[in-house]
Design a protein around this ligand. Structure first.
Ligand code: ATP
Ligand code: MG
Length: 394
């Protein structure tokens, strides 16, 4: 049997699982870990007690890449790298100060915890701790033991085919495993906000389908590629998704030619909500997601939201609704979408932006204006010309 030098240990998230049972959570998490880690090589991914073990199965398996990828998998609260040594006290005492030399040199305090699942091991846990602590102090005399709040927590686990040494954990991506929360449709533009909204909802375990409205020739192929690039980045966390591109040119031209300019944005957004509701239902989505933040622009005031909500036939989730632009940008940078979002390619909204949008719109006002449009025909035409693309993480 191949015995790896180093493995990854994973701690699950959401301690207080209420709606979802732990079994579903863990099974889905392991499935997601398996597909995310495929490019890193062959790993044995298994569960024992409440820990998931990720073990390289040969020398080709790339543990650095695996660790990088594990950090993007929702449902992983924390993880650590662990060193495997032979199951003897000599081996443990030699390996601990060497393997953790960097952490121990930088720390002021430490604590050792031991777990002995192999009960045939001659020493009991308190003895393993005492001997390991003494060995550490001998090599790092500046350290003190602090059992309550140590800088470095050294874990020694004696298990079936080896002893494992690791420290406290690195932060995982948190959240819930993708697929445990159903599916929702993200209305994705080329902006900063909607990719962040996508990430935030995916973090709650919800699989995504993306919908983008494009208005060629007013919007370019490059603008569509920008959306694909943004989603490819989001897919690092959210997993594979399909992108539905809805042709919007004819609808926007009809609005331009038949309606008062001050209502352009809201009329357009009502088309988006109606069409997205239809597409989302076909794609088995249970909700719509947008990147709206209240007060950010004229079309995102509460009265404006009331006007667009009125035509959505699925619940609309707006995860960034109460966030400042700065807070949204911080997340966009963290997930790597920000540099893509700021590339200058025109969006269908910017093409027909009114100079003076209506500040207190009402549903009645919009319904009245919409009488000048053949909504049914325009929407049927758009729905007959949907295009689909598949988005995969790199
Ligand atoms: P973003 O940064 O996400 O573009 P924004 O602040 O620029 O948001 P708007 O352009 O008013 O706001 O759009 C509000 C929301 O409407 C977006 O967050 C997105 O969910 C949706 N949306 C806007 N344009 C499109 C589009 N072309 N295709 C699909 N959804 C869109
Ligand atoms: Mg926008």
């Amino acid at each position: 049997m191949y015995l790896p030098e180093e493995i990854l240990l994973i701690k699950n998230g959401e301690l207080a699982l209420k709606g979802l049972n732990r079994h579903t959570f863990e099974e889905t998490l392991m499935r997601n870990l398996r597909w995310r880690l495929k490019p890193a090589g062959k790993f044995n991914i298994r569960k024992a007690q409440s820990t998931i073990y990720i073990e390289p199965m040969d020398d080709e398996a790339d543990l650095d890449m695996a660790a990088e990828r594990v950090a993007t998998v929702f449902g992983v609260a924390a993880f650590s790298r662990a060193k495997r040594v032979e199951k003897s006290m000599d081996a443990i005492l030699e390996a601990v100060p060497a393997y953790l030399s960097q952490e121990l040199a930088d720390a002021a305090t430490f604590k050792v915890e031991a777990k002995r699942s192999d009960k045939s091991f001659p020493l009991k846990s308190p003895d393993i701790c005492a001997q390991t602590g003494a060995a550490v102090l001998e090599q790092f005399p500046h350290l003190r033991v602090d059992v309550h709040d140590p800088d470095v927590l050294i874990m020694v686990e004696v298990r079936d085919y080896g002893a494992y040494i690791h420290t406290a954990q690195l932060a995982g991506a948190g959240g819930m495993p993708i697929g445990t929360g159903g599916r929702a449709a993200i209305l994705i533009s080329g902006g900063i906000d909607s990719p962040v909204a996508a990430y935030m909802i995916a973090k709650r375990g919800i699989a995504l389908t993306a919908i983008h409205f494009a208005s060629p020739p007013y919007t370019s192929e490059r603008a569509e590629q920008k959306v694909v690039d943004l989603l490819t980045q989001v897919a690092q966390y959210a997993g594979r998704m399909s992108l539905c591109i809805v042709p919007f040119t004819h609808i926007q031209e009809s609005i331009r030619d038949n309606c008062p300019e001050e209502l352009f944005t809201l009329l357009m957004r009502r088309f988006m909500m109606r069409l997205s509701s239809a597409v989302a239902k076909r794609e088995n989505c249970e909700a719509l997601i947008t990147g709206e933040s209240v007060g950010q622009v004229a079309s995102q005031t509460i009265p404006a939201i009331a006007c667009t909500d009125a035509v959505a036939t699925l619940p609309t989730l707006r995860p960034v609704i109460g966030m400042d632009k700065e807070e949204i940008v911080t997340i966009a940078r963290k997930i790597g979408t920000f540099p893509i979002s700021i590339q200058p390619f025109e969006d269908c909204c910017t093409v027909f932006t009114p100079k003076h949008p209506r500040l207190r719109p009402t549903v009645e006002m919009l319904e009245e204006t919409e009488k000048a449009l053949d909504i049914e025909t325009l929407e049927a035409e758009a729905l007959a010309h949907l295009r689909f693309r598949t988005i995969r993480a790199d």
